[in-house]
Design a protein around this ligand. Structure first.
Ligand SMILES: Nc1nc2c(ncn2[C@@H]2O[C@H](COP(=O)(O)OP(=O)(O)OP(=O)(O)O)[C@@H](O)[C@H]2O)c(=O)[nH]1
Ligand SMILES: [Mg+2]
Ligand SMILES: [Zn+2]
Length: 351
């Protein structure tokens, strides 16, 4: 199998030259089954265990990653020796109490942010996905599914254009085929597209439509609350007949931001600029004199809803940053204790 068809290019060739070692071979992670991963490799399709040998121990591996593999023992699965630096990564804060990044997709060129035109249409959510998408380094594209179930497609598309100016927006239907040809251009040979969105919006159906066959399982959304059923349970990267690569992902319940500096700057740069213009650098934007935010709100230059969303996101990001810092301090404290213990032992030896 040629790895070129999986998107291998000069960028990774350069990476490979740095680590290139005899007996190692290359592959791309194409499916994540938890402890096991499937890899499309130079030696064919193989299963490997998630754990990484030697270097990069803490590195999280995600579907889309390029890895260097090696057979270390006879009759055993090969193991991952190294994970190549990524071109892009789409992350979120992992669910649960631990402060942890979850890499959802690696090395995507484009991310399709998917919402359905009937029940799932939500601009606040789109804004959040857009922040994470810009942060990822991949190009975000908005794909609105189930156009066949919607009477005001043009109005909804206009709302999206308004929310995310300058971003490509497509209204499609996997039932009638409307709009499908338009999105194929992102799936040029060797290019990777990741599909992201809530459960039931039609991600797997779209892949089946693009592939022209039933490759992935799909399921009706629930009657009672019109939510999806979380039909897709693992991430998988598929090579389409046209040469493009497309990644299916399980529907996301919530997208908690992990890192957002670039994403916030792109989505809310105007608000950040205003905040800088306030007379007092610690302005609370309540009723201080010379508050540029209040001024902009009163003239309508800044919309109240947008300001409130920015404030909320800001608070959320400050909270995650504080949690990250807390974790770091805890690690440092543990380190400190270990060092103190060692020094004590050394002292004893000397004495
Ligand atoms: N009318 C209509 N129904 C669609 C369209 N696309 C998908 N559906 C239906 O929506 C339901 C959910 O589709 P899936 O493809 O399973 O949704 P998903 O986003 O993969 O959901 P998860 O795997 O749970 O994240 C299925 O019953 C599909 O037939 C469309 O364009 N029009
Ligand atoms: Mg699915
Ligand atoms: Zn102010």
């Amino acid at each position: 199998m040629s790895i070129n068809s999986y998107g291998w290019d000069e960028y990774f060739e350069h990476e490979w030259k740095q680590i290139c070692a005899e007996r190692m071979f290359r592959g791309r992670i194409v499916a994540d089954y938890g402890q096991m991963l499937r890899v499309a490799s130079e030696e064919g399709d193989i299963l490997v265990s998630r754990s990484v040998r030697k270097a990069d121990k803490d590195m999280q591996i995600a579907v889309g990653d390029w890895v260097a593999l090696e057979y270390v023992a006879e009759n055993q699965l090969p193991c991952i020796r190294s994970v190549f630096n990524r071109k892009t990564k789409f992350s979120r804060a992992a669910a649960g109490i631990e402060v942890k990044e979850q890499v959802v997709a690696a090395n995507a060129d484009t991310v399709f942010l998917i919402q359905s035109l009937n029940r799932d249409f939500n601009m606040k959510r789109l804004e959040r996905y857009m922040i994470a998408a810009w942060e990822s380094g991949a190009l975000p594209v908005v794909v609105l599914t189930k156009a066949d179930c919607c009477d005001d497609v043009a109005d909804k598309v206009a709302i999206v254009y308004n929310t995310v100016p300058g971003v490509d927006v497509y209204a499609i239907s996997s039932i009638t085929g409307e709009g499908i040809e338009g999105i194929r251009k992102y799936l040029a040979p060797g290019k990777t597209v990741t599909l992201l969105g809530s459960s039931g919006v039609g991600k797997s159906t779209l892949i089946n439509t693009l592939a022209g066959k039933e490759l992935f399982k799909t399921q009706e959304i629930r009657e009672d609350d019109s939510r999806g059923r979380h039909t897709t349970t693992h991430r998988e990267l598929l090579l389409l007949p046209g040469g493009g690569l497309i990644m299916d992902t399980p529907g996301m319940r919530a997208l908690s931001l992990w890192e957002a500096d670039t994403g916030m700057e792109i989505m809310f740069g105007d608000v950040e600029e205003l905040v800088e213009l306030c007379r007092f650098h610690d302005c609370k934007h309540e009723n201080e004199p010379g508050c540029a935010v209040r001024e902009a709100l009163s003239t309508g230059k800044l919309e109240m809803g947008r300001w409130e969303r920015w404030l909320k996101l800001q608070k959320e990001l400050a909270h995650i940053e504080a949690k990250k810092e807390g974790k770091l301090r805890l690690q440092e404290k543990q380190w400190g204790k270990q060092i103190a213990k060692l020094q004590k032992q050394l002292g004893k030896h000397k004495g």
